[in-house]
Write a new protein. Structure first.
Length: 223
């Protein structure tokens, strides 16, 4: 039996998957979406290996991701009741800052938002991840290069009336924003946004800097 290296197996697997998907559309037999999903997951697991900080275990989905993937692959819409259950389960995982302080330095937050490093096999072990926020969002009016997968966050704090970070009236917005950064599924069951705190992508200090970027009136986001 001939053995192929992981990259060759991946290429052959993707080719086979393409053929299967074509068969779903034009062939006489219809393949079940769940079976295709199971097959593709097995192919991915057999075609990759642990490399530095990137582990094959990242392919394992938790219950929230699994249900959202199943719904998307089958065209099923989550019921409002189930959506609320998933969000409530994820909200329970949110940990407030240990020292009770939600804010850091908005300048460091801007640097984090611009930083796209991390979560790849070529990154050095122990290297801090970036936030990669501009990949999906507009934040500063001065930045011309940004993604549009997520909503614009320009004037995020200003729109919400945040003029004093320590004001009691700001508490609700502050806690919501922290929870959204910590675990995005807390308020959107099938959010594609990274769950920064929940998955340990960013540490507590880094999330504080992003909080300041979004809410500090002096931040470029709110100019």
């Amino acid at each position: 039996m001939r053995h192929f290296n992981p990259f060759t197996r991946l290429a052959l697997g993707l080719l086979a998957l393409s053929c299967l998907l074509s068969a779903c559309v034009s062939g006489p037999h219809e393949f079940q979406a769940k079976e295709l999903e199971r097959w593709s997951q097995e192919m991915m697991k057999s075609s990759f290996r642990d490399e530095k900080s990137v582990k094959v275990s990242i392919l394992a989905q938790d219950a929230s991701n699994a249900e959202c993937s199943d719904a998307q692959s089958t065209g099923r819409v989550l019921s409002e009741e189930r959506r609320q259950e998933i969000e409530a389960q994820n909200l329970k995982t949110v940990r407030p800052p240990q020292d009770g302080q939600y804010f850091g330095d908005f300048k460091l937050g801007e640097a984090l938002a611009q930083d796209g490093r991390g979560l790849t096999w070529s990154d050095a072990l122990g290297q801090a991840n970036g936030g990669q926020c501009y990949n999906c969002h507009q934040l500063s009016a001065q930045e011309l290069s940004y993604g549009t997968l997520g909503p614009s966050l320009l004037q995020y704090g200003k729109i919400r009336g945040i003029t004093d970070l320590q004001s009691p009236s700001a508490k609700g917005v502050v806690e919501y924003t922290w929870a959204k950064l910590w675990n995005s599924k807390s308020f959107n069951a099938c959010s594609a946004m990274p769950r920064y705190g929940h998955h340990g992508i960013l540490n507590e200090s880094q999330i504080k800097h992003l909080m300041s970027l979004l809410l500090d009136p002096r931040s470029p986001v709110n100019q």
